[in-house]
Every structure is written in structure tokens, then in C-alpha cells.
Design a protein around this ligand. Structure first.
Ligand SMILES: C[S@@+](CC[C@H](N)C(=O)[O-])C[C@H]1O[C@@H](n2cnc3c(N)ncnc32)[C@H](O)[C@@H]1O
Length: 202
């Protein structure tokens, strides 16, 4: 498992927004955050010393690996969970992971005890066509993958009182779907949502 990585150009918009948001004592929920790869990577570019807690939601075996690594590195800010139950966060980050979840993003947000004020999605295949499920051939493994419809995702977040602040292209990631080329996604996307009113955050 590759844990220590340098930031890619597709990380730059996230670093830009996260850098501003973590100036305050915030809690971060990192969905599909591997063994803490983004935590370790981003902490080299933004000052995370004010962050109260960075919680990674991961599959149990990845979470266990991440826990051990964090322990060895004395990273007390980094935590791991395999359920959204009871996870409170100010910032939800889902980078390169939303398409591996069957539930759309608004449903994942609904599972949380409180709506995060900021939701940042990165490296995610989105489509203008209806949502489809496919199998992604990642070389070493095959994985089920759901391509969410952009309009539905944004509409679902707006229904939860979020506004879309920014979106960006991720041209170095794509999914080609043989036999159904119209469902191929030539480039991934990034989105930043902000909760309109913190009074309605639960
Ligand atoms: C491509 S990696 C993304 C890693 C990192 N967030 C990044 O942007 O580089 C996708 C991650 O999603 C995790 N994942 C997939 N399905 C999941 C699930 N149902 N629950 C939790 N994590 C999941 C995988 O274990 C994997 O670490």
C-alpha cells in the first residue's frame, strides 16, 4: 500500500481550500482516505497543527494498517473508523473514493450526526448521463465502481442546503467503458460545497 505520496496537480484545489479552513480548530472526515495517505501528504503543504482530529473512513483491514502506522509515527490526530455512525466533522473530504460507495454523497452526509460545514470531493468520475455501475480494471485488481450523475449529486447536496462554491477538472484521471463508450468518463471532477446556514447543520 502506497502511503507516502507527493501532491498531484489535482490536489492543488483541495490544498487551496483546506489550507484556509484548517486555520481554525476543525475536525476532518476523510472518506476512503487509505492508511492516511492524504493526511501525511497534505500535512507537508498545509499547517494541520490546529486540526483537532483527522478521521479516515476505510475498509477494516486498511483502517487497521493505518492505525498501526499512526501509532508507530505517534500521530495522535489521525484516527480510523469503518462506520460513519457518530462521526462528527466540520470538513468532509472524499478524494478518489466516492465512486466505490454504493450510496450517493447526500445519503452519506445524512448518515452523519451533523452536516459538515464544508464538503470537498476530488478525483471523482461524474457523468451527465444516468448513474451507472461498472467494474474498474485497476491492473492489480478489479473493483465495482459507480459513476454518479453530476446533476443528481449537486441537486442532492443543494436539497441538504449546500451551495456549490467551486468545481474543477481532473484531466489526468478517466474511465473507459468498453462496449458502452457513451458511459466513459474522459476526465474526473472536483467539487467544493459549503453549508449555507450553520443553524441548520443537523
Ligand atoms: C483510490 S483510493 C483513494 C485514496 C486517497 N483518498 C487519494 O485520494 O489518493 C480509494 C480508497 O477508497 C477505499 N474504499 C473503497 N470502498 C470503501 C468503503 N466501502 N468504505 C471505506 N473505504 C472504501 C479503498 O480502500 C481505497 O483506500
Amino acid at each position: 500500500m502506497t502511503v507516502y505520496k507527493n501532491a498531484q496537480p489535482s490536489d492543488y484545489p483541495v490544498l487551496f481550500y483546506l489550507g484556509r479552513l484548517v486555520a481554525e480548530p476543525v475536525t476532518i472526515l476523510d472518506i476512503g482516505g487509505s492508511a492516511g495517505s492524504l493526511y501525511y501528504c497534505y500535512s507537508r503543504y498545509v499547517d494541520l497543527s490546529h486540526a483537532k482530529c483527522w478521521t479516515v473512513l476505510e475498509l477494516p483491514f486498511v483502517a487497521e494498517f493505518g492505525r498501526q502506522l499512526a501509532l508507530e509515527r505517534n500521530e495522535c490526530r489521525l484516527r480510523f473508523t469503518s462506520t460513519l455512525e457518530g462521526v462528527d466533522s466540520d470538513i468532509l473530504l472524499a478524494s478518489g473514493s466516492l465512486h466505490y460507495f454504493e450510496s450517493p454523497l447526500p445519503d452519506l452526509v445524512r448518515e452523519l450526526p451533523h452536516k459538515p460545514k464544508h464538503v470537498i470531493i476530488n478525483r471523482t468520475p461524474l457523468s451527465d448521463l444516468p448513474s451507472v455501475v461498472t467494474v474498474q480494471d485497476a491492473g492489480k485488481f478489479l473493483v465495482a465502481c459507480r459513476i454518479h450523475r453530476r446533476e443528481e449529486l449537486i441537486g442532492g447536496m443543494e436539497a441538504l442546503n449546500y451551495e456549490l462554491v467551486d468545481s474543477w477538472r481532473v484531466p489526468d484521471h478517466s474511465i473507459q467503458i468498453p462496449f458502452y463508450p457513451e458511459y466513459s468518463v474522459p476526465e474526473y471532477s472536483g467539487l467544493y460545497f459549503r453549508l449555507k446556514s450553520t443553524a441548520e447543520s443537523s
